[in-house]
Design a protein around this ligand. Structure first.
Ligand code: TYM
Length: 328
């Protein structure tokens, strides 16, 4: 775990349907980092506008996402937790950063290429990583807990910091990416060579944080593995089993290799049953907290979070305006 400087930021898109990859790759680190750092967490609603959406459903999905983040252990009393659109400094800083970002660099972003293929190109989709850099930099943080799929975006952010500081003076720290040693890239249960994702049309490919115990058992039982019999941690030849081993390890806190040798000859059926039961227990408290939550109370907490974030972002943005020659 990162030790050193003290501030942390991360964000999640409001799809309303958070999955196990979000929890294992990112949210569990968010929760843990609250103990030692000043933490800023954000439901990045502006980012979700880059692909077509329905406004009424969007409003509801945003609140659902906030509830699921809180259910995953983010405590609005210990973190500054808010909706991105309610803190205008994110967009202001994005504009400033856009003026030092090369279009070629944005064109090369893997996620842009993937999403543009699926939903068509728009300027927001192309400049997405600039807004993401602004999210990270607005609070001048030092560390960003994310899954492996955000690597390229973090690299762009670090590049922009170096460019900005070189041109305008030392304004931003260079943020470090924090990914878990196990579970940084949770794979689809139906195709273990691609990542678990909200946009996969097959719902059996992912475990949702709201899935019932029976749904969890069914999805794990139908997870794609391979035609052999031996449980082994071997990504090249056994991606399905290796993915399940990583999830098993996260859910139990035990080592991957230790679990692999314990279940080596158990057969895939018994192995999957054990993984499913571990995941049922791992997800139970999240689902229970979520079910006990009150919408009005969560909305109130989010408004408070945004007010606090605006106060802090305004101070920080003033240093940017000054650096670029636009102080009051
Ligand atoms: P998003 O909303 O797709 O995902 C939220 C977090 O979950 C992680 N994640 C995964 N981790 C492991 N395995 C998976 N299969 C998996 N799928 C998702 C993501 O890495 C992420 O950490 N661009 C970001 C949102 C964002 C952001 C930011 C993040 C906007 N501004 C600033 C950090 C800092 C995204 O689309 O995440």
């Amino acid at each position: 775990m990162y030790v050193g400087e003290k501030k942390v930021f991360s964000g999640i898109q409001p799809t309303g349907e958070l999955h196990l990859g979000n929890l294992v790759g990112a949210l569990r680190n968010w929760a843990q980092m609250q103990d030692d750092y000043e933490t800023y967490y954000c439901v990045v609603d502006l980012h979700a506008m880059t692909i077509p959406y329905d406004p009424a459903a969007f409003q509801a999905a945003r609140l659902e996402t906030a509830k699921l983040v809180i259910a995953s252990g983010i405590e609005p009393k210990r973190s500054v937790f808010y909706f991105q659109s309610q803190v205008p400094q994110h967009s202001e800083l994005a504009w400033v950063l856009s003026t030092i970002t090369g279009i070629g660099q944005l064109n090369r972003m893997t996620q842009f290429k993937e999403k543009a293929d699926r939903s068509g190109q728009n300027l927001g989709l192309l400049s997405y990583p600039v807004l993401m850099a602004a999210d990270i930099l607005i609070h001048k943080v030092h560390a960003v807990p994310v899954g492996e799929d955000q690597r390229q975006h973090l690299e762009l952010t670090r590049d922009l910091v170096e460019r900005f500081n070189h041109r305008f003076g030392e304004v931003f720290p260079v943020p470090e990416r924090i990914t878990p040693a196990v579970g940084a890239r949770v794979m689809s249960l139906q195709d273990p060579t691609s990542k678990m994702s909200k946009s996969d049309s097959d719902v059996r490919s992912r475990l949702l944080l709201t899935d019932s115990s029976d749904q969890i058992r069914r999805k794990i039982r139908s997870a794609v593995t391979d035609s052999e019999r031996t449980v082994a941690y071997e990504w090249k030849t056994k991606p399905g089993i290796s993915n399940l081993l990583e999830l098993f390890s996260v859910a139990t806190g035990r080592g991957v290799e230790e679990l692999a040798s314990e279940y080596r000859d158990a057969g895939y059926g018994r192995f999957k049953m054990a993984v499913a039961e571990a995941l049922v227990e791992y997800l139970r408290p999240v689902r229970q907290r979520y079910q006990g939550m009150d919408n009005a109370e969560v909305s109130r907490l989010m408004a408070e979070g945004a007010a606090e974030a605006r106060r802090r972002a305004e101070v920080s943005m003033a240093t940017v305006w000054e650096a670029v020659g636009l102080s009051a």
